[in-house]
Design a protein around this ligand. Structure first.
Ligand code: ZN
Length: 220
């Protein structure tokens, strides 16, 4: 319940819009596992934020990963037209655990893309392949700009897959990201983020960190 108090204490800076899961079971899992971090973070987008949801910390508990996977699978089954998913694809590393759980819940295969160190391009390796016409969904832990999911979608389409949807545990875009396919998320939210030149944390002299690059304290 300590976590709930932390939520209320920060609610004005955390969530402007919440959809699905009226009981907030998803965010509660983040609070309970210390996956909701406070500090001064440089997001992938380049914007600065006082908070970060570190999915790896909640997904370290298989019960949460399994639960989230089942919930996302349920969302995918609601898409029209209803189609069996042949393969779930995720960008490594963030999408690996949740993508695998979604595949388990859908009875589908699971494959992943990874970024080539030399070219910086997302690629399919390790002998993974797509059958022409195979139905596919893309799963990430967090969608912020949708860049990674977009790259995976392009790889799947180039390989002949029929991409019928994309999903994530958290949508940090407030629902704004358009991937050209139906999109589902367990929690849609709009986080506070600043341009570097407008960032009050920078102005206060707090060092900015990339999430995950060093230990940070959980919200309390
Ligand atoms: Zn800053």
């Amino acid at each position: 319940m300590r976590a709930r108090k932390a939520l209320y204490g920060c609610v004005s800076v955390v969530i402007l819009a919440v959809v699905t899961e009226p009981a907030d079971a998803i965010l509660n899992a983040f609070f309970e596992t210390g996956a909701y971090l406070k500090g001064h973070f440089r997001l992938t987008s380049g914007l600065h934020s006082p908070e970060y949801l570190q999915c790896a910390l909640v997904l370290q508990y298989p019960r949460h990963a399994e639960h989230f996977g089942r919930l996302l699978a349920t969302e995918f089954r609601r898409l029209e037209p209803p189609l069996d998913v042949g393969v779930v694809a995720s960008p490594a590393i963030g999408g690996l655990i949740i993508g695998h759980e979604v595949a388990r819940a859908l009875g589908a295969r699971f494959i992943f893309t990874e970024r080539d160190a030399a070219s910086g391009k997302m690629v399919l390796r390790r002998g993974f392949s797509i059958e022409p016409g195979e139905t596919a969904v893309v799963v990430e832990d967090v969608v912020t700009t949708g860049g990674s999911s977009r790259e995976v979608i392009d790889i799947l389409k180039d390989a002949g897959a029929r991409v019928i949807g994309a999903g994530s545990i958290i949508d940090r875009s407030g629902g704004a990201v358009d991937l050209g396919v139906p999109r589902v998320a367990l929690k849609t939210m709009q986080v506070v983020a600043y341009r570097e030149e407008d960032c009050p944390l920078c102005r206060a002299g707090n060092p900015v960190v990339k999430p995950g690059s060093r230990p940070v304290h959980a919200a309390s």
